[in-house]
Design a protein around this ligand. Sequence first.
Ligand code: PMV
Length: 324
Amino acid sequence: METHTAQASAHPNIAFIKYWGNRNDALRIPANDSLSMTLGGLTTTTNVTFDAELASDEFLLDGKEPGAAARERVAAHLDLMRLETGETRFARVESMNSFPAGAGIASSASAFAALTIAAASAADVQFDPRTLSRLARRGSGSAARSILGGYVQLHAADEDEFSYAESIAPREHWRLIDLIAVVDRTHKQTGSTRGHQTASSSPLQTARVADAGRRLEACRTAITARDFAHLAHVAEQDSNMMHAVMLTSSPPLLYWAPASLSVMRRVNELRQDGLDVFYSVDAGPNVHCLCTPDAAREVLSALGQVPGVAEILHAETGAPPTCT
Ligand code: PMV
């Protein structure tokens, strides 16, 4: 049987309206719709080869064998891809991140988007973007959004079939910059898979989910109109609401470091001074600072002076994945 290596490259994304908690943990069907911007400039590139000579799946991440948990998660996703494509052979998977490994930048979105696309291509099966998004979601919820470029909405649903991402605007619609203030490079203690499972233990989660439709519409409207002030307001509110849920879950999750708070405060000061910038924080301590290209220089220099900021990564509205 012929073997060929497929290579896919995908970007991570930053959600302005975040998903936290699942309707179905096993299928990773999210509790609420989410909306993100794909992050060009940060890339995961993954090679997949199905090979009849292999006795099990092999996985290298940045040239090294990762721990058992990561290997099992990749093998489980390959099982799903085999089921969906009819492929029966084991796979050799090599994945490389262009951004520093363990910088606390969520790489599961770009990782499972690239793996899904490369595995389908290596199995010689053409799926439409909707199917690819739905399958990527099973590896990591946010990966469903990294199947597309620009601005992307992931639909929550009661059934697997209807929970996939769609484009709401291409990259060319509005160029925004994401300056990611890295305040801690160590691996997070509680990963998002575990976090999603505890979300419903917070008494605030019901209110967060109930209001998600309003926030999503406000965010969509702001993006369509390229209205930075309204986008800043709703995205910061959404990030704060997710962290309010995290803080009030059992057990509580506190992802911020002291320097995370310093960056958030500085971002708010800069906006009061008239700069177009807002923050958004995922399940980790690093702070995404979103700004217009015009504001980027000043924001970069201000962030560089905040004590505790170790590094600033640069990303911007990005393109869809590629595959060869
Ligand atoms: O894709 P996951 O399971 O890592 O969950 C992503 C969760 C957040 O990044 C915190 C929010 C989001 O919607 O991206």
